[in-house]
Structure formats: structure tokens, C-alpha cells
Design a protein around this ligand. Structure first.
Ligand code: FES
Length: 126
């Protein structure tokens, strides 16, 4: 069952593609909003921010929500990873505390997680 709480997907607007040197954060936001339209649109906001201190692993994307673990992904390809991010969004919305392990996350995101931060005030032992 999907959690209808407010979730955020935050995309860095300043990261530059390592090959093309182009900034692709805005394009990824548009793609995510399009793919989230429908069942997930009401519980996710897609936003940009100028830098999340993951500059050595562009493009960075974060997920957070009140009372849930937060995630920071890096080395996101705006052209090929949008589907995996939406798949992760569906998983994230279904988890009460947002906590999940690598075997639960989309295989395409393996090796792209930079941080998993427990929700405040909760001890996570897994
Ligand atoms: S410029 Fe994107 S994380 Fe710093």
C-alpha cells in the first residue's frame, strides 16, 4: 500500500555530466514528474537544489520524507535511470520508515547509493 505522506525527490541542478559537461538535472526533474503522474504524483514533490555535496558523483538525487530514512544517489544518468528512480519511489512510498536494503532497491541503482540516513530519533539496526 502506498503511503500518501509528503515525499520529496530532490535533484541537483548544478551537476554536470562527466562526458558532455551539460547540466541535466532539470531534464531529469521533468522526466520524473511525467513518469510519476498518476498514482504517485499526489505523494511526491520533485524539486531541484543547487548542490548536495556529491559533486564527484554527478548527477545526484535524494529522497526524503518526514519520519523516513533519507537517501542520496550519485552517478545518476538522466537518460537511463529515471525508470529505476520511479521504481525506487514506489518502494520508498510503501515503506513506513523508508528503510530498505540493496536487494530491495532496483538493480540499476546498485553502486549508486552514496548515503542512507536513518530518520531522526530512531535507531536502525538491520
Ligand atoms: S554540483 Fe551536484 S552535488 Fe554538487
Amino acid at each position: 500500500m502506498l503511503d500518501t505522506a509528503y515525499h520529496r525527490i530532490i535533484v541537483c541542478s548544478l551537476c554536470r555530466d562527466t562526458v558532455t559537461r551539460l547540466r541535466s538535472g532539470e531534464d531529469l526533474c521533468a522526466e520524473l514528474r511525467s513518469r510519476l503522474a498518476g498514482t504517485l504524483a499526489s505523494s511526491f514533490a520533485v524539486e531541484t537544489v543547487d548542490c548536495m555535496a556529491g559533486c564527484s558523483r554527478p548527477l545526484t538525487v535524494a529522497f526524503n520524507a518526514q519520519g523516513k530514512a533519507s537517501y542520496l544517489f550519485g552517478s545518476i544518468d538522466s537518460g537511463t535511470d529515471a525508470g529505476a528512480l520511479v521504481e525506487f519511489a514506489r518502494l520508498y512510498a510503501s515503506l513506513a520508515d523508508g528503510w530498505c536494503s540493496s536487494d530491495q532497491r532496483p538493480a540499476r541503482l546498485a553502486g549508486k547509493i552514496l548515503a542512507r540516513i536513518p530518520a531522526g530519533g530512531r535507531e536502525q539496526v538491520r
